[in-house]
Each structure stands twice: as structure tokens, then as C-alpha cells.
Design a protein around this ligand. Sequence first.
Ligand code: ARG
Length: 405
Amino acid sequence: MEKIKKIVLAYSGGLDTSVILLWLKEKYKAEVITYTANLGQGERLDFIEEKAKRTGATKVYVEDVREEFCNDYVFPALKAGALYEDRYPLATALARPLITKGLVKTAEEEGAEAIAHGSTGKGNDQVRFELTARALNPDLIILAPVREWELGSREEEVRYAQKRNIPVEITEEKPYSLDRNLWGVSIECGPLEDPWKEPPADAYEITSSPEEAPDKTAYIEIEFRQGIPIKLNGKTLPPHLLIEELNRIGGENGVGRIDMVENRLVGIKSREIYEAPAAVILHAAHHELEKLNLDKDTFHFKGNIASKYAELVYNGLWLSPLRQALDSFVDQTQEFISGKIRVKLYKGMCQVAGRESPYSLYEKRLATYTEEDIFDQKASKGFIEIWGLPLKTLARLRKIQKEQK
Ligand code: ARG
């Protein structure tokens, strides 16, 4: 076994990472430093320092990375139109590389030889942590205790902690596994493991059911500048507040619930539900603005790379050269993606109701059937003649060949 003297642990303050802290100290006789990123997980993080220290951490880092998360992770994915398997806006997947960046930076500053995370051996998150860490610092040792230890259940974890005189609260937990940040909530396990069963009401954290949502339509207006949302209902807001506000309005109206069976990287299909009101609204609005402002070829081509981008993010390849090259392409396409989108929310439905932009390529005088029309209908005759020439030629030749037989 490697001699490790210092470990930086990705710490949430929950049962798993608390027990991991104890386990690491005991197994490696090493100093454990914790690192927690504030990604807008909807809970106050002021308990972290006290709790981590009480559990035996020698030093505690809590870093507010919400702005960085929005600007450098969420918005690039939004601009790329990245939805994994057409639906999942990638909240968990986008957060992992940023958490890892914090872990690696802390390890380097502290002179630690290793970093540790609490992901299981069955999920995608282990891959995201470890690939990002390797890309940032190929010499760091990466520890994943949950893949190795013998603790098979919550009860065993609690007993492990109690035996070492570390009090862990035995709270009445919901049967779900949850990951949350400002871009969305990811929920799995418990009753969700039966893909035929509708998710129970208590599985959801931040959205009302469409049935309980108000009977009144809500209209919102989002303004984008170069592909990035900058105003909500006419008010300029910093990214994380704009997203939080959209989560609130969308959630209230039952928007943003996603129920899917997805293909994990490790070969397992899993049923997972997501709540991502802001992501669902912003993706719809952004896409609509691109429809208005992008030329046809760019719009179509960009649609083809959206799923590749999502796949890279999902599969832990955030720091791959391809993702970075795709970002350059996407940014180039966003130069004129500025304008306003009006969205209508009603009982789970999110629909674009209006669009407006100084860079719109919509030309009313071409589209109209009124006397304002400037389109030369006669020109279509020659166009169709040539566009259809291959088909016409083929049909003619086949006809002759058939007659000769
Ligand atoms: N399936 C999602 C992903 O791979 C979320 C994973 C974390 N989910 C959770 N409930 N802990 O990105």
C-alpha cells in the first residue's frame, strides 16, 4: 500500500462522506482535509465546518463556486444544447469536474498525495471524478472507499461510526439517493427502481405536480446575450439568481420534471428522475432563439453536435480536447444569439409564446401572403426544375429501361 500522509476528501456532510472520513483516517493513518463546493444545493453549508472537524478533519474548505459553475459549465452546455439522451440537462455530470478542480487545487496547495470521493462503483460519478483528476494532475492518487470497503448498508455505516464514538444523526431518511445543485436535482433508488411505477409524490424536491400547479398561466420573458440568459422579466440578474428564480417559477408551475431510463457509462440501464425547471425552460428558450437567428445550415449542423457534447459531459470527458474544440465552434455560432423569448408555463407545460431579436433572420416580407410580399414566386419554377433534375432523370431512364425489356 502506498504511503499516504494527507488526503483531500470531497465532503457533503452526509452519512456516507462522514463515514468515509473516519475510514480513510483509520486505514491510511493519514490526515484528512475536507473540500465542499457550494453549487447551490439548496441547503445552508454553515454546518459543514463544525461537523467535518467533529468527525476528525484537520482542515475544512468550503468554497462558493456558483458563479463559476454557471459561467464555465452550465452556460457552455446550454449554448451547446446538451441534453443526454435528449432529456437530461446534466446537472450532476456538469458539477463533478468543478468539484474535482477544487479537490485537486486543494491537494496541491496542501501538499496532499491523494484525493478521495464517495461515489460507488456502479455509477457515472466515479468516472467523472477520476478522469477530471487525471487530466488536471496525473500524479495524484485517487481513493474511492465505497468501492473497497465492506460496509454494505446504512445501518453498518452508522454502527461503524458509533463504534468509533462519532455521533452520526440517524435521521428518518427518504429511500432515495439524491444529488442537487442549481441546475437540477437527480433522484434515484427506492420505489424508482421499478420503471413501471410512477414516481411517488415524495420523490420530488423542488417542483409541484402539474395537478397541484396553479390554474393560471404564467408568462415569463428571458433575454439572452450571445447565447447566455442575462435578464428575466426585464431585470438583469446574476446567473445563479436568474437560474434560482426560474427554478422557483417553473417548479411552482410543475415544469421541469423528467422521468427516464438512461444508459449509464458502466453498462447499466437505470431509472432516474430529474427536476430541472430552469434548465428545461432555458434550453427551450435558447433553442427557439437559435431557430430565429441562425442560418439553416449552422442550425442543423449544430443540432448534430449537441448529442455528442452531452455524451462527452455525461461520460466524464469534460476536459477532453474534443469538448474544448466543440466549445469554440459553439461560441462562434452564438455571436448573434441575442434577443428575447417569451415563455408560457402552465401545469407542467413549457411553451414558447413569442420571440424577438435585432438579429432575427425572419423576414416578414418574404413570409407574408399579403400585398407586402417581395418574394418572386416565378423564380421557384427554375429552382424546382434543377433541384428535381436528378429525380426526373432517374424516372425517365427507368421508364426507358423498362420499355426495352
Ligand atoms: N444519473 C445521473 C448522472 O449520471 C445522476 C447521478 C447521481 N444521482 C444521484 N441520485 N445520486 O449524471
